[in-house]
Design a binder for this molecule. Structure first.
Ligand SMILES: NC(=O)C1=CN([C@@H]2O[C@H](COP(=O)(O)OP(=O)(O)OC[C@H]3O[C@@H](n4cnc5c(N)ncnc54)[C@H](O)[C@@H]3O)[C@@H](O)[C@H]2O)C=CC1
Ligand SMILES: CC(C)CC(=O)C(=O)O
Ligand SMILES: [Mg+2]
Length: 372
């Protein structure tokens, strides 16, 4: 298969993690005889520095004309620490999501057996946890009208949702539940927010009409935040609005062992975008300590999006192997950790190892690896 992939590394650790994903995708293309073409463009703070715009027209055009987008991360402390900056890196990502019509962000969360004992959460509570969060991505408070009063004493962000916006992502969540545990939990704040009451009404009606076989339940977001830690195994598919999904998915990453493992796919119209759930982790930029796996697994989701399931599985198996063998960055492997690029090299060699020498060799030899 021929795929044109737009690569938007962004800021902070974005370039170094995305570089590993390109490495891994190239290994997949070689092994399975595909043609993947990568073209890079600037976004975020890097694009503001260069062109004064966090989403330059050329970047948007490239994305629209590509088959898929591989996105790193955006954000820089110089903007985080300057609340009065009018042009901000995050605007680039939000505009890209809107322009590409990416209304659903799909964030799978699972506990890797090999990492269970390293989680700060109790092993018996997280073993077997396996959920997917469907986060609405182009509506709600992140996109509502913003204003600050002339005297600077009051500010507001409007939260708006329409039935159409709710239904289209709810359908995707219910469809996913059909193939999984047949349960959808709608996370909202319907005891307080009018928008949440519209979500409940709309989702309930849709479930009764189109998905009677799916169990639908409801949780207020404050309780959901607690349940995520106390009993994450109760969740199968979580459906929620933009901001709640942003927050509870970072929380859910603790179950997986590190936010550096959590992949995502943003879908909607034609061109889908694949990105880790984490941000630009600026403290780690250039140090070789960022975990590239979230980006690499997002690349696996990219392949699944085109039905390249065996190819995606080769990535997932390689990642499982790296975790089992502790070929991991310091967020997971505190003692003898591997650098960002060494983890990428390892995954590349496992994928390229068509004879499965590495997998079958009991005395696994990582001669080509150096522990930093
Ligand atoms: N999609 C995006 O591009 C996002 C961008 N941001 C931006 O990123 C910047 C930093 O935001 P933070 O709140 O610090 O969130 P962050 O996700 O960048 O980092 C939070 C913490 O998570 C851990 N972490 C994140 N990525 C990791 C990785 N690959 N490997 C190992 N550990 C990792 C680190 O302990 C880090 O201190 C801000 O400018 C923010 O606006 C934040 C979230 C998403
Ligand atoms: C710019 C932010 C909305 C990014 C973020 O935190 C996310 O998408 O998870
Ligand atoms: Mg976030």
């Amino acid at each position: 298969m021929k795929l044109n992939i737009a690569v938007l590394p962004g800021d902070g650790i974005g370039p170094e993690i995305v570089q590993q994903s390109v490495k891994v995708l190239t290994a997949v293309a070689d092994r399975f005889d595909h043609d993947f073409y990568f073209e890079e463009a600037v976004v975020g703070a890097a694009a503001i520095d260069l062109l004064g715009n966090p989403l330059p027209d050329a970047t948007l055009e490239l994305c629209k004309n590509s088959d898929a987008v591989l996105f790193g991360a955006i954000g820089d402390p110089k903007y985080d620490n300057d609340p009065s900056a009018k042009v901000r890196p995050e605007q680039g990502l939000l505009k890209l999501r809107k322009e590409l019509g990416l209304f659903a962000n799909i964030r799978p969360v699972k506990a890797y057996d090999a990492l269970i004992d390293r989680s700060p959460l109790k092993a018996e509570n997280i073993k077997g946890a396996d959920m997917v969060i469907f986060r609405e991505l182009t509506g709600g408070i992140y996109f509502g009208e913003k204003s600050t009063s002339k005297d600077g004493q009051t500010a507001s962000d409007l939260c708006t949702y329409s039935v159409t916006e709710i239904e289209r992502i709810a359908r995707l969540a219910f469809e996913a539940a059909k193939t999984r545990g047949k349960k959808v939990t709608l996370v909202d704040k319907a005891n307080v927010l009018e928008t949440s009451r519209l979500w409940r009404k709309t989702v309930t009606t849709l479930a009764e009409k189109e998905f009677p076989e799916i169990d639908l339940d409801f949780l207020f977001v404050d309780n959901a935040a607690m349940q995520m830690i106390l009993n994450p195994k109760q969740f199968d598919v979580i459906l929620t609005e933009n901001m709640f999904g942003d927050i509870i998915s970072d929380e859910a990453s603790v179950i997986g062992g590190s936010i550096g493992l959590l992949e995502s796919a943003s879908v909607g119209a034609e061109v889908a975008l694949f990105e880790p759930i984490h941000g630009s982790y600026p403290q780690a930029a250039g140090k070789g300590i960022a975990n590239p796996v979230a980006s690499i697994l997002s690349a696996a989701m990219l392949l699944e999006n085109f039905g390249l399931n065996a190819e995606a599985l080769s990535i997932r198996k390689a990642v499982e192997m790296s975790i089992a063998l502790n070929v991991c960055t310091p967020d997971i492997n505190k003692d003898n950790h591997y650098s960002t690029s060494k983890v990428g090299d390892f995954l590349e060699s496992v994928i390229s190892d068509t004879e499965n020498h590495m997998i079958n060799n009991e005395n696994l030899n990582f001669g080509q690896m150096t522990i930093i």
